[in-house]
Ligand binder design. Structure first.
Ligand code: C2E
Ligand code: MG
Ligand code: MG
Ligand code: MG
Length: 284
């Protein structure tokens, strides 16, 4: 991997080069044009409260519409954007766009964005967030910043400082994909976290093995005792929704509840949802 990176930086295309590396080099080159070429867009996936079934917000997810290859998944291009540090500028764009879009939604809804560890390490993320908030006029309490455990627990002294400054601005800090990294439960209280997102692998397992449900339940309880909420990721079936609710998780996100959609559709869904819940609560 490290060797591949080095070669990617210093060599041009060669006939004997393996297809994978050549592909990566091409994507790396194209990625340079993606931001100025306006090839990025954000889609928004709804997040619901498990107890009240109310919509609580959306997670912004990045999409790259490549002019020739079509849609390229963030799982493919984000690692490359991180290696080249392009993620710093891309992340800035995500932040500004998401804050702008959030202002189009009802003001009781939150907007979550994903931060790369590279942004924490090399981007001036505190200044970037503060500027995006100021520019958009978004209430900081509506902004959630998602960071994976691996990102958080490497370089933890620096991250702690950065997160503490972000917290002072009033934004929320969310631990993403919990359960996939190597962190231990005792790490949780070291950071000023507001929410833990339990990874979809865990959620999937919950309905298959009773032990997994017990573990998720313990995580949810621990989080609650530490003053945090929990989100179950990747809910695809009603069984998983029920299991997540029983386990004491606060919120849920997944294809069962809604796939990622454009901001226009998100605005429509939020308005329709509000209508329905108001009618329901008005009738009772
Ligand atoms: P993530 O932050 O954990 O986001 C959740 C991923 O799970 C999304 O994939 C979402 O589409 C997918 N997902 C949601 N519900 C379900 C479900 O029910 N079943 C299944 N199988 N999948 C579901 P996506 O959009 O491909 O993003 C993948 C990852 O790329 C994200 O994982 C996040 O780590 C990263 N990412 C996305 N957007 C950004 C961004 O703007 N900046 C950074 N730094 N990373 C991003
Ligand atoms: Mg996320
Ligand atoms: Mg996640
Ligand atoms: Mg993920």
């Amino acid at each position: 991997q490290a060797k591949g990176k080095g070669r990617a930086r210093f060599c041009a295309f060669e006939p004997g080069m393996d297809a994978h590396l050549r592909d990566r080099l091409a994507i790396e080159g194209d990625l340079l044009h993606a931001l100025p070429g306006e090839q990025f867009e954000l889609v928004y996936q709804p997040i619901y409260n498990l107890a009240s079934e109310r919509l609580c917000g959306f997670e912004a997810l990045l999409r790259w519409r490549h002019p020739i290859r079509g849609f390229i998944s963030p799982a493919t291009f984000i690692p490359i954007a991180e290696d080249t540090r392009l993620i710093v500028d891309i992340g800035l764009w995500v932040l500004r766009r998401a804050c702008h879009d959030a202002c189009l939604l009802p003001d009781d809804l939150k907007i979550a964005i994903n931060l790369s560890p590279i942004q924490l390490a090399f981007g001036d993320i505190v200044a970037a967030v503060s500027q995006a908030l100021e520019e958009s006029g978004l209430n900081p309490a509506r902004l959630e910043l998602e960071i994976t455990e691996t990102a958080l627990f490497t370089n933890d002294q620096h991250n702690l400082e950065v997160l503490s400054r972000l917290k002072l601005m009033g934004v929320k800090i969310v631990l993403d994909d919990f359960g996939t990294g190597y962190s231990s439960l005792s790490h949780l209280h070291l950071f000023p976290l507001d929410k833990i997102k339990i990874d979809q692998l865990f959620v999937r397992d919950m309905t298959l093995r009773p032990e997994s449900a017990i573990i998720v339940n313990a995580i949810a309880m621990l989080a609650f005792r530490l003053g945090m909420t929990t989100t179950a990721e990747g809910i695809e079936t009603t069984e998983q929704w029920e299991a997540a609710r029983r386990s004491g998780c606060t919120e849920a996100q997944g294809y069962l509840l809604g796939k990622p959609i454009s901001i226009d559709t998100a605005v429509t869904i939020a308005a329709a949802h509000r209508c329905v819940t108001e009618t329901v609560s008005g009738a009772t």
